[in-house]
Design a protein around this ligand. Structure first.
Ligand SMILES: Nc1ncnc2c1ncn2[C@@H]1O[C@H](COP(=O)(O)OP(=O)(O)OP(=O)(O)O)[C@@H](O)[C@H]1O
Ligand SMILES: [Zn+2]
Length: 302
């Protein structure tokens, strides 16, 4: 790696990502997308006998479900909501004039019934809740979604729009905690196959504000979140590329998802940051995918 060119600039120069002018919003090259889809195939091949359903969600979700998630209580700084023009012809004239004058033209942009999806598993919970009590076997869903988080950064691994592949287990405490342990192991095995240096550590979510610090330390104490981290950005701590989360029965209660016996369901999710994993592969194995180590190529391309 060239020492004085940042990893982000190298990705632009090598045509792996395309600069939009806004930090965290990038175009992706065909090679980059190919790596992501191969990685997804690898992940899906590991859990295929356990999955009860697979779903892909769009990047926006219903505002009511976003409100139920409690996201604004915990992470208001990261959230994005969708606003649209809802004015008259007269308002439109004003908008055009403001734009032409370089003034604020957003006065008539009104709240819609959509929020940008902040975490891939949120749209799933209301779908499960509507079905009524779960079967004894619970639910085991593979899903993917684009997510939005307002955290612009020069670190290519911290994007504003990125994809998460998730596995979500919903059911009893035993089912969900066992699931999380299985995937903690599997995640590390996958990283061994891909020859990426990694370790798993206890973690916390970036809760907002002073009260948030306490929520973060209690999350750590209860070991509700683990992350698999990989060194990617020079001079920075290793990057969380997967997370293994246990929500107890919090989401079961919030969305009214019931176990077979009517009690609130427990939930756990495993999230793969698809762009981060691809970036880790480019960082460690180089910009030319054809020159990646034979074992890595075999794991991804067969
Ligand atoms: N801004 C981002 N850009 C790219 N990938 C991300 C981003 N935020 C999270 N991810 C990926 O999604 C996965 C699951 O999201 P999760 O909410 O656990 O992340 P997180 O712990 O909040 O990440 P971080 O601590 O780095 O902000 C993360 O492990 C990571 O791989
Ligand atoms: Zn999740």
């Amino acid at each position: 790696m060239t020492a004085n060119v940042s990893f982000l600039d190298q990705l632009f120069n090598q045509g792996i990502l395309y600069d939009s002018g806004v930090d965290g919003i990038y175009g992706r090259s065909a090679d980059f997308e190919d790596v992501i889809s191969r990685f997804e195939d690898l992940a899906l091949s590991l859990g295929k006998d356990e999955i009860s359903e697979a779903m892909v969600f769009p990047p926006g979700m219903p505002m009511t479900d976003f409100e139920t998630s409690g996201y604004m209580k915990n992470f208001p700084q990261l959230a994005g909501t969708v606003h649209a023009f809802c004015g008259s012809d007269h308002d439109h004239m004003g908008l055009i004039q403001c734009m032409a004058a370089g003034e604020d033209w957003t006065e008539n942009q009104k709240k819609t019934d959509l929020a940008l999806t902040p975490a891939a598993c949120y749209p799933l919970y209301p779908i499960l809740a509507k079905r009524g009590p779960l079967p004894e076997s619970g639910a085991y869903v593979a899903l993917q979604s684009y997510c939005f988080r307002h955290e612009p950064s020069k670190e290519p691994t911290r994007m504003q729009m990125f994809r998460q592949r998730e596995y979500v287990r919903v059911g009893t405490e035993e089912q969900t905690t066992a699931f999380r342990e299985t995937w903690k192991q599997r995640g590390q095995e996958m990283m061994d196959l891909l020859e990426l240096p990694h370790h798993v550590e206890v973690a916390n979510d970036p809760f907002f504000g002073r009260a948030g610090r306490m929520l973060g330390s209690s999350q750590r104490e209860q070991e509700l979140k683990f992350e698999l981290v990989i060194p990617v950005n020079e001079g920075a701590s290793p990057t969380a590329c997967m997370s293994f989360n246990y929500h107890m029965d919090n989401f079961g209660k919030a969305w009214n998802i019931q176990q077979a016996d009517g009690s609130p369901a427990h939930t756990a999710c495993v999230g793969f940051g698809l762009e981060r994993l691809a970036l880790a592969l480019f960082r460690h194995h180089g910009f030319d995918v054809k020159a990646w180590p034979a074992g890595v190529r075999k794991s991804l391309w067969g």
